[in-house]
Design a protein around this ligand. Structure first.
Ligand code: DGL
Length: 277
């Protein structure tokens, strides 16, 4: 889907379906652009994989999106943002093509924190990879050292979502267990970052096990606003993006399975294509 005069779509990558919660907000906030969504469903979840593997899989996906003409790729996955983004930006992009960009979701989420917490006690739920990388801890202590930050990893939440169990009664056990464990770390937490793009699908269940005063921070609208701001500040990139309001959906797993699950995330029917990385 190479646009006119060498322009191309915005690439959006996730290990599976989760990044669709980010893509949906891009399509709402920035509807004119073309997008290519790539879900590496055949190898999801990434959350418990090592740094090396997440980096290698993410680089393969970024190269695929570059080969399909994307000048800009968003890693709509916290695990890939935590474990692969910096290495790709610093070590790979200069030799692949220094004019292209790869951006993640962690920095914009952290930048949005002021105004979302009243007492400065912030929690994070994420995959073991994201929590173990301490990427959020590092960014928060750099930008807002006064925030008291606690985190808890939820290894079962992505598998529940990937397998279509997010709204089933069995999910309650795991949602309750992890939500209550986070609140035991610091019972003054008044804002929780849903630090995995799959988690908005579990939002109603998470809400049930928290005091109503605790705010849940979803990343979709935050990352979409941050992308809009990035394009305002980088007209040279904006000019390279094609504007046909079209989205192509790619998956490394079965296309029909992806299409039906993705329709739940997006609340509308889409048609995906299977590719190999
Ligand atoms: N959506 C990914 C994230 O934001 C899930 C990672 C996984 O595959 O475990 O971290």
């Amino acid at each position: 889907m190479q646009g006119q005069s060498g322009s191309g779509p915005i690439g959006v990558f996730d290990s599976g379906y989760g990044g669709l919660t980010i893509l949906k907000e891009f399509q709402n906030r920035l509807p004119d652009y073309d997008y290519i969504y790539l879900g590496d469903n055949a190898r999801a979840p990434y959350g418990s994989r090592s740094f090396d593997i997440v980096y290698r899989f993410t680089l393969e996906a970024v190269n695929e999106l570059f080969a399909r003409g994307c000048p800009l790729v968003i890693l709509a996955c916290n695990t890939a943002s935590a474990k692969a983004l910096r290495t790709i930006q610093q070590n790979d992009l200069p030799s692949i093509d220094p004019s292209r960009r790869v951006l993640g979701v962690i920095r914009p989420t952290v930048e949005s924190l002021p105004g979302r917490t009243r007492n400065g006690h912030v929690g994070l739920v994420g995959t073991p990879g994201t929590v173990g990388s301490r990427s959020y801890d590092i960014e928060i202590s750099k930008l807002y050292p006064d925030i008291k930050f606690s985190s808890h990893s939820c290894p079962m939440w992505v598998p529940l979502v990937e397998n279509g169990e997010a709204d089933k009664p069995g999910a309650d056990y795991f949602v309750r267990q992890e939500t209550e464990a986070l609140m035991r770390e610091d019972d003054a937490i008044d804002a929780i970052i849903l630090g995995c793009t799959h988690y908005p699908l579990l939002m109603n269940k998470i809400r049930q096990y928290l005091p109503p005063s605790v705010a849940l921070i979803k990343q979709g609208d935050i990352v979409a606003e941050s992308l809009a701001d990035y394009l305002r500040r980088h007209p040279e990139m904006k000019r390279r993006l094609s504007c046909g309001a079209a989205t192509e959906y790619l998956t490394t797993e079965d296309a029909d399975k992806f299409s039906s699950m993705a329709s739940i995330f997006l609340n509308r029917q889409i048609k995906a294509e299977q590719i190999t990385l």
